[in-house]
Design a protein around this ligand. Structure first.
Ligand code: ATP
Length: 699
C-alpha cells in the first residue's frame, strides 16, 4: 500500500514544511503520534494525549535527564527511576514540605505516596498498603526505607521516640542478614519483606510487625562469580581482630569456603566494619544485649567454620580423623555441642531397613551435601529467630494499633546467565504480585473514571493467570516437582521429561530449549527466562538429617538449643508469628509435618496467604514501579513496568490509536524506532535527535 504523508514541522524548526513520500506496508507500521510541546515532561503519564511506549519513555527521559526528576505519576502508580546517585530530595525539609499537604498540587515523590497513605489512613480509618515492585536493583529497598522514614517523622513525636527508632533500626539488621551482593545489585534483598507499621488513634506510630518470605538459603553455601554471601559474614570477618571477637576464631573472608567462592569479598564503596557497627547499634536499639549479640555472632561464625570442615571420601576410622579437623573443633565449640557425636553424624546417616535402624557411612559427596544442608538450616533458623525477636521488640506495647500502613518490598524479578530454583521462586512471586497489581490498578483506574463521570465502558484486561496456573496449578510445575520429590528414584531429568510431556505444545508460557533436555523456559510477564533443572529436586526437598539437629538441640548454648527446639523443621518461611514456647509434643509434631513439606509447597502457601489477606484488608493507595536506567535511561529497561503501562493502556490505545493511525494525513513520515513487540529492547529505546523533534510535535 502506498500512502502519501505530509510532514509539517512546527515552531523552532529552521526549515519550511515539506512533503515527503513514505511507503508503509500497512497502517499498523505507521509510527505513533507525538505529544504536543505543552505536555513535554508532564508529571502524570496519563495526562499525555498519546500514550504509547515511546511517549512514555520519552516523557520519563525528559523528566529524568532535562529536569532531574526521578519520579512521575502514572495514574495511581508512582514511577521512579533509579538515579544511582545521592539526590538532595529526601531531607527533613522535604518531608515537612509534603507533610499535611494535598498531594494533588505536589510534585510526584516517594513522600507524596507516603503522605497520601498516611492521610487516607487517618481520614478513612482504613489500613493502607504500599506495594513496591520492580526488577532487582531498581531501588525498591531504598524506597521502602524512605517511606518508613517518612512515617517515622510524621507519625512520631518532635523527638524521635523509641518506637520509630526501633522501626528504622530493623532495616540495617535485616539487610545484614538478608541482603547480599549479586551481579545486579550490591545490596540485593534475598528475601521478601512485608512490614506493617501500626498507628494509634492520633496517627502516632505505636508498633510494627514484619513478615518475611522465602530467604535464599542456597547462598549460604554457594555464591556465583562476583557475588557474595550475606553481608553479615563479611562484617564479622572484618571485625575479627577486635578483642571481643577473638573467640570466634575468624579469619579473613577469603579463607572461608562459604565467603570466597564469588572471588569478590569486598564491595567498593562499602565498609563492612562500619556496617557491623551500625548493625550492633541497631540490635541494641531493639533490645538485643551485647551478650546476646555475641551468641548470634557465635552461631554465624560456626556456620563459616562448618563450611571449612574438610570432607574426605569415607573409609575406616573416618570419624576419628574428621574429629581432629580444626574447623570442626571451632564449629562444635562455638555451638556448644559434642564434637565426637557431631563428627559421627556428619559422616554417617541412620537408615530404617525392615523395621530396624541401621547406621550407614556416607560417601564424600553425600557428607559434603549433608554438611551444606546443615549450614543452610542453621542460618535459616537464625534468620527466622531474628525476625521473631525483632517483632517482639516492635510489638505495640500499650494499645492495639488503630490502623496500619503496610509496605511490601519483595525481591525483584531477576534473570541471570544461569537461573535455578531461587530465581524460579522469585519470579513466581513477581508473577503473583503483578497479577494483584493489574487487578487493583485496573479496578481503581476505572472506578476513578466512573466517579469523574467520564464516558467509559468497562474493559477486561489481559491477565497473567495462565502463567501462574502453569506454575502453581494442578499438574503445574510445582505440582510435578513435588510429585517427583516423593518418588524414591526421583531425579531432575525425570522431572524435566514430565514437564515437557505435560506442557510443551500445550502451555503458551512454557518452552523447551532446543539444545537441552535439562532446562525449560517460562515466558513471564516481564521477560523470558531459561531455568536449569539441575538441583531443583534437592532444593525443593531441602532435606536435613535429624541426627545433627538432635545434637544441636542438646547444645549448652541456650540460643542454639532454642533455635532447634522450637522449629526443628527446615523452616522455609519465617513468619512473624511467635514460635511455640517449649518443645512440646504438639509443636514437635507440627514441626515434623512442616518438615515434610517441600520448599515450593510452603512458598506457594505463603503467597496464597498473602493474596487472601490482600483482599481482606488492603486499601492500596499507590504502587511504585521502579525503573532502572543505570547511568542512562536507555541502558536498561524495566520490562515489567513497560508491560504494566502497556496493559494499563492497551484497550484505550487499541481503540484510539488505530483510529488515529488510519488517519494517515496526520502521521509523521519517519521510521520511529518503536517496538512492534510487546517488549521494548534497550537498543530500540534510543530516539535519534533528528527524529526527536518530529516525534515531539503533533502535526
Ligand atoms: N532513590 C535513590 N537515590 C539514590 N540511589 C538509589 C535510589 N534508589 C536506589 N538507589 C541505588 O540503587 C541501589 C539498588 O537499590 P535497591 O537495593 O533498593 O534495589 P532493589 O530494587 O531493592 O533490588 P533487589 O530486588 O535486588 O533487592 C542502591 O544500593 C542505591 O545505590
Amino acid at each position: 500500500m502506498k500512502i502519501l504523508c505530509h510532514c509539517r514541522h512546527f515552531i523552532n524548526i529552521p526549515f519550511a514544511p515539506q512533503e515527503v513520500r513514505h511507503s508503509v506496508a500497512s497502517p499498523s507500521d505507521l509510527p505513533p503520534l507525538g505529544n504536543p510541546e505543552i505536555l513535554e515532561g508532564e508529571n502524570d503519564l496519563t495526562c499525555l494525549s498519546f500514550l504509547h511506549e515511546p511517549a512514555v519513555l520519552h516523557n520519563l527521559r525528559v523528566r529524568f535527564l532535562d529536569y532531574n526528576n526521578i519520579y512521575t505519576y502514572c495514574g495511581i502508580v508512582l514511577v521512579a527511576i533509579n538515579p544511582y546517585e545521592q539526590l538532595p530530595i529526601y531531607g527533613e525539609e522535604v518531608i515537612d514540605a509534603y507533610s499535611g499537604q494535598d498531594i494533588a498540587g505536589m510534585e510526584p515523590h516517594i513522600f507524596s505516596v507516603a503522605e497520601e497513605a498516611y492521610r487516607a489512613m487517618i481520614r478513612e480509618k482504613k489500613n493502607q498498603s504500599i506495594i513496591i515492585s520492580g526488577e532487582s536493583g531498581s531501588g525498591k529497598t531504598v524506597s521502602a526505607k524512605f517511606t518508613m522514614r517518612y512515617f517515622a517523622v510524621v507519625g512520631g513525636a518532635a523527638q524521635q521516640t523509641s518506637v520509630e527508632e526501633k522501626v528504622l533500626a530493623s532495616n540495617p539488621i535485616m539487610e545484614a542478614i538478608g541482603n547480599a551482593k549479586t551481579t545486579r545489585n550490591d545490596n540485593s534483598s534475598r528475601f521478601g519483606k512485608y512490614i506493617e507499621i501500626g498507628f494509634g488513634n492520633h496517627g502516632d506510630i505505636i508498633g510494627a510487625n514484619m513478615r518475611t518470605y522465602l530467604l535464599e538459603k542456597s547462598r549460604v553455601v554457594f555464591q556465583a562469580q562476583e557475588e557474595r554471601n550475606y553481608h553479615i559474614f563479611y562484617q564479622l570477618c572484618a571485625a575479627r581482630k577486635f578483642p571481643e571477637m577473638r573467640t570466634l576464631k575468624l579469619e579473613a573472608a577469603e579463607c572461608f569456603r562459604y565467603t570466597n567462592q564469588g572471588g569478590s569479598t569486598q564491595i567498593p564503596g562499602t565498609d563492612d566494619l562500619a556496617d557491623l557497627e551500625r548493625v550492633r547499634n541497631a540490635l541494641a536499639v531493639l533490645g538485643i544485649r551485647s551478650d546476646q549479640q555475641m551468641e548470634v555472632f557465635r552461631i554465624l561464625s560456626a556456620v563459616l567454620h562448618l563450611g571449612n570442615i574438610s570432607i574426605q571420601a569415607s573409609g575406616r576410622g573416618g570419624d576419628r580423623s574428621y574429629a581432629e579437623d580444626p574447623s570442626l573443633l571451632a564449629f562444635c565449640k562455638l555451638l556448644g555441642v559434642d564434637r565426637a557425636q557431631m563428627a559421627h553424624w556428619l559422616c554417617n546417616r541412620r537408615l530404617a531397613v525392615g523395621g530396624e535402624m541401621l547406621v550407614k557411612p556416607m560417601s564424600g559427596q553425600q557428607a559434603g551435601d549433608a554438611r551444606d544442608a546443615l549450614a543452610k538450616h542453621v542460618y535459616g533458623q537464625l534468620f527466622s529467630w531474628t525476625v521473631s525477636r525483632l517483632n517482639v521488640a516492635l510489638r505495640a506495647k500499650k494499645e492495639k494499633p488503630d490502623s496500619f500502613i503496610g509496605v511490601l518490598d519483595i525481591y525483584g524479578f531477576e534473570t541471570f546467565a544461569r537461573n535455578s530454583f531461587e530465581q524460579f521462586c522469585i519470579n513466581y512471586a513477581n508473577e503473583k504480585l503483578q497479577q494483584q497489581f493489574n487487578l487493583h490498578v485496573f479496578q481503581l483506574e476505572q472506578e476513578e473514571y466512573e466517579r469523574e463521570g467520564l464516558p467509559w465502558s468497562r474493559i477486561e484486561f489481559s491477565d497473567n493467570q495462565p502463567c501462574i496456573t502453569l506454575i502453581e496449578g494442578t499438574l503445574g510445575l510445582l505440582d510435578l516437582l513435588d510429585e517427583e520429590c516423593r518418588m524414591p528414584k526421583g531425579s531432575d531429568e525425570n522431572w524435566a521429561r514430565k514437564l515437557y510431556d505435560q506442557h510443551q505444545n500445550h502451555s503458551p508460557h512454557f518452552g523447551k530449549p532446543r539444545m537441552s533436555n535439562l532446562a525449560f523456559i517460562i515466558f513471564h510477564f516481564a521477560d523470558t527466562v531459561r531455568y536449569e533443572c539441575d538441583g531443583f529436586l534437592d532444593k525443593n526437598r531441602d532435606t536435613i538429617f535429624e541426627e545433627p539437629i538432635n545434637i544441636l538441640r542438646a547444645s549448652q548454648s541456650e540460643l542454639v538449643a532454642e533455635l532447634f527446639l522450637k522449629e526443628p523443621a527446615g523452616g522455609v518461611l519465617s513468619s512473624s508469628k511467635p514460635s511455640v514456647p517449649n518443645g512440646s509434643l504438639h509443636s514437635e509434631k507440627r514441626a515434623h509435618r512442616e518438615h515434610k513439606q517441600t520448599v515450593g509447597f510452603q512458598f506457594r502457601q505463603s503467597l496464597m496467604t498473602f493474596n487472601s489477606r490482600w483482599h481482606e484488608f488492603l486499601q492500596i493507595v499507590k504502587i511504585l514501579m521502579l525503573y532502572t536506567p543505570h547511568s542512562d535511561i536507555e541502558e536498561r529497561v524495566t520490562l515489567n513496568f513497560i508491560r504494566t503501562v502497556q496493559g494499563l493502556l492497551k484497550e484505550r490505545l487499541d481503540g484510539q490509536t488505530r483510529q488515529l493511525l488510519l488517519d494517515v494525513r496526520r502521521v509523521f513520515p519517519v521510521t520511529f524506532p518503536h517496538s512492534p513487540s510487546p517488549l521494548l529492547r534497550a537498543d530500540q529505546l534510543t530516539i535519534p535527535d533528528s527524529l526527536k523533534i518530529s516525534f515531539l510535535r503533533r502535526v
